[in-house]
Design a protein. Structure first.
Ligand code: HAM
Length: 420
């Protein structure tokens, strides 16, 4: 029988996993500097959590969730995103009672959506996300956006742009909703059955329908921008002002609506502008979600956050021709000749590792030439050669691979020489 990795998923092989670790390291260290703390939530949650927050009429809930009934007859869903679980945990663990508000959290891990596989679109993908919950200060919106941009810049990307919109508050959205219904109603027969269903329940979702994307009514639909009330506009102005202070450029896009229902006010995406990037250019999406905590039974706790896909960040680096090639090299490769030397080498290897030196030796009983080739492939900074003479003299030959210099070093001094 021939087993294959499930469609839409991928194995991250050892020649690539170091890149994933590096992205995570960069993102974690930036979160640390911005005082965000890690939260880890389960990979599955009650299905209803996502229905209520992401929204019944969204593509994610209607078509993309991995939902199953567990042995206790409960409906469970592999998380399609991280915000609802984090806010669920915030409410459940009464984080609204923490002395320091907002509560600033980050997370990373696999998310699951049953989507059509495409370059940059997977059924299991890894998000790195942050959520700042408990404040509606527009400065925190700018902080969250700045944090996301910093992750990309620190990773080496430069062909990116920030796209920004305001979805307004409830009142603004209701006014817009009525206008959308009036706009689409007379022609709703031309739209797909999902859109017909969305018309009354959530007409905003019609705007991000993938089936009816090219219908001319999409372009003439009333824009949310025309329905923002004074308060929402004022809030948006302040967010933009803070972005200006932070020196972050943005492009205003009144059609940016995001594919999840919990958003209001600030909505943003970060896209790759690299020519080499495929059809899907969104690297990161986020926004404000005041009211989400209440929706799931908690107190008012306005929040904002984003999530980015690590897959797409690495693809964007490739597209810009900036793929990382500097895999961390080995500190020492031990070449041993003969059984006694092997035993001595094994002992030294333990000591090197105890001192944190990344080291390796041959376990395939190969000739010296083959061992030297391994040392080369692993980009070892030093090669230690141990033969019969060295065993007898309690010494090694130490070769500096950068300058080719080789010298005899006594085993007792070896660690000192290497760690200096
Ligand atoms: P989202 O826009 O659904 O938002 O996803 C965020 C990011 O996850 C996308 O911009 C994209 O990079 C990545 N992504 C989504 N689906 C896939 C896929 N099938 N394959 C690869 N990458 C994908 C959210 O998930 C929100 N929870 C973000 C957020 C956090 N909003 C506030 N806080």
């Amino acid at each position: 029988m021939n087993f294959k990795v499930p469609r839409g998923t991928q194995d991250i092989l050892p020649d690539a996993s170091w890149k994933w670790q590096r992205v995570e390291k960069i993102a974690r260290s930036i979160c640390d500097v911005y005082n965000y703390k890690e939260i880890r939530t389960p990979i599955f949650e009650q299905t209803e959590l996502f229905q209520r927050t992401v929204g019944d009429t969204t593509d994610i809930v209607q078509k993309e969730m991995y939902t199953f009934t567990d042995r206790g007859d409960r409906s469970m869903t592999l998380r399609p995103e991280g915000t609802a679980p984090v806010v669920r945990s915030f409410v459940e663990n009464k984080m609204f009672g923490y002395a320091d508000q907002p509560v600033k959290l980050y997370y990373t891990g696999p998310m699951f959506r049953y989507e059509r596989q495409q370059a940059g679109r997977y059924r299991q993908f890894v998000q790195f996300g942050v959520e700042a919950i408990g404040s509606d200060d527009p400065a925190i919106d700018a902080e969250v956006i700045e944090l996301a941009m910093t992750i990309y810049k620190r990773s080496g990307l430069s062909d990116i742009k920030l796209v920004l919109n305001s979805l307004g508050d409830k009142e603004s959205r209701n006014a817009h909703r009525e206008a959308l219904i009036a706009h689409f109603s007379p022609h709703i027969g031309e739209f797909c059955s999902d859109c017909q269903h969305r018309l009354e329940k959530n007409p905003l979702r019609i705007l991000d329908c993938k089936v009816d994307r090219d219908n001319p009514l999409m372009n003439t639909a009333p824009s949310l921008a025309d329905f923002l009330n004074e308060e929402s506009s004022a809030y948006f102005e302040k967010v933009k002002n803070y972005l200006d202070i932070a020196g972050i450029e943005y492009e205003y896009d009144p059609n940016l609506v995001r594919g999840l229902d919990y958003y209001n006010h600030t909505a943003f995406e970060i896209m790759s502008t690299s020519k080499g990037f495929g059809a899907i250019t969104t690297l990161c999406g986020g926004g404000r979600y005041n009211g989400l905590a209440e929706e799931i039974g908690g107190p008012a706790a306005p929040g904002i956050g984003f999530a980015l896909s690590i897959e797409r960040l690495l693809l964007a680096l490739d597209a810009e021709g900036k793929a990382w090639t500097d895999e961390p090299s080995l500190d020492v490769y031990l070449v041993t000749l003969g059984e006694e030397a092997r035993a001595k080498g094994f002992e030294i290897l333990g000591k090197l590792r105890e001192h944190g030196l990344r080291s390796e030796m041959d376990y395939m009983d190969r000739k010296i030439k083959a061992q030297m080739k391994s040392a080369d492939r692993l980009h070892a900074n030093y090669v230690i050669v141990i033969g019969e003479d060295e065993v007898n003299e309690n010494s090694v030959q130490l070769k500096n691979m950068a300058d080719g210099q080789q010298k005899k070093v006594s085993i007792d001094e070896l660690i000192d020489v290497l760690t200096k």
